[in-house]
Design a protein around this ligand. Structure first.
Ligand code: PLP
Ligand code: COI
Length: 363
């Protein structure tokens, strides 16, 4: 792919490494540039790196009306050698295309997505936040750009990658387990719908339930299947629980659950973790009974932004609460978090191919 570099003049670009003083937060800060490529007449065209800035869109832009838009979330880490490494972005690129199939967005070759991400990070490498536990959050997305009001797949799209220097996702940090609202009133996905994709509309549909969660003192929502019988996933992460013997259980992937790359990674790490990690259908009634009987000792969520997030308790809409173990961060969740982040930051070697150094090509 021949990328055009239309970068900011040296005087307007970052020339020193980004050293934030306070916690840089999640998803707030931007780097100087973005990668953009357009699709029309049946082809992806004009790959370019340009200053981060507004798009020019017609009011009839289809994604604004009908939500034909998908995104990914990935991360890059700086290792002790000072190099930046992307984490499993080939998997994100594959999932982008799976999401695309679900909302009729054309295929974008995975190598092109990977090259785009790596080229952009290379240009903005000084934006990597020099702060313990920080990372570069990568947000690739594709949205329909045709100016037409019929409900049908657009003939034009834009693929964009933006970067966000980020710190920890949960403001209370890893030491505090969060509470989840178990809702029987709101559903994130139904079979045959778009739940297994990262389609923008899935997240719009989650906002009302997230508001209800906040009103109940919960950080996020744990969604059930449409019949309120099975545990599915959390708004922005997969759910898991840990049995007394250390076995980690993740709800079986269905077409209503996003196939989390973090969950898949933790499953692959089971021998390094020294415990079984498996997927099962998780029935809500049994899950609650097992917590109350002490058979389930820890719980949490897996996700790129959320990493490994401990869950200490659940609240139902009627106010009933259930606490997992002592409600604190447990040793199994801590160990999973430690190993996973040690691999991401290059402190412990992980499976081959998970981390790719960002080549120095620009400048
Ligand atoms: N489930 C949902 C709905 C998500 O938005 C995310 C975040 O991407 C995840 C699960 C976790 O997936 P991953 O580990 O690939 O980030
Ligand atoms: C991610 O974990 O990368 C996500 O996409 C979650 C996001 C909705 C905050």
């Amino acid at each position: 792919m021949e990328i055009t570099y239309n970068v900011k003049p040296a005087a307007e670009r970052r020339t020193e490494p980004f050293c934030p003083t306070g916690n840089v937060g999640f998803g707030v800060t931007r780097t100087d540039h973005m990668f953009v490529m357009d699709y029309y007449d049946g082809q992806w065209r004009d790959p370019r790196i340009v200053p981060y800035g507004p798009f020019e869109l017609m009011p009839g832009t289809m994604s604004l009306h009908y939500g034909q838009s998908i995104f990914e979330g990935a991360k890059a880490f700086m290792h002790d050698d000072g190099e930046i490494y992307t984490f499993r972005i080939d998997q994100n690129a594959k999932r982008m295309n799976r999401s695309g199939e679900i909302v009729c967005i054309p295929h974008l070759p995975e190598e092109m997505q990977v090259e785009a991400i790596q080229a952009l990070i290379d240009v903005d490498r000084l934006w990597f936040p020099r702060q313990s536990g920080a990372c570069l959050y990568i947000r690739p997305f594709i949205f329909a750009t045709e100016d037409r009001l019929s409900v049908s797949p657009s003939s034009r799209y834009t693929f964009c990658v933006m970067l966000s220097p980020s710190g920890v996702y949960y403001k209370d940090g890893f030491d505090k387990a969060i509470r989840l609202l178990i809702t029987t009133q709101y559903h994130r996905a139904v079979s045959g719908g778009t739940g297994a994709s990262k389609a923008a509309g899935n997240y719009a549909a989650s906002l009302r339930a997230a508001k209800a969660a906040a009103e109940m003192g919960a950080a996020q929502v744990l969604y059930l299947d449409a019949n309120n019988r099975q545990i599915e996933e959390v708004g922005a992460m997969n759910h898991f629980h840990v049995l007394k013997d250390g076995t980690v259980i993740i709800p079986k992937f269905t077409d209503t659950i996003l196939k989390s790359i973090t969950s898949l990674s933790i499953m692959e790490l089971s021998s390094m973790l020294g415990c079984e990690v498996r997927q099962e259908t998780v029935m809500l009634d049994q899950f609650i009974a097992d917590i109350e009987a002490g058979e389930i000792v820890e719980a949490g969520g897996f996700g790129t932004a959320a990493v490994v997030s401990p869950v200490g308790s659940y609240v139902f809409e009627d106010g009933r609460t259930v606490t997992v173990g002592d409600g604190e961060v447990g040793p199994h969740v801590r160990r999973i978090y430690q190993l996973f982040t040690d691999i991401q930051y290059g402190r412990v070697p992980g499976p081959a191919g998970w981390l790719m150094p960002v080549p120095h090509r620009f400048g």
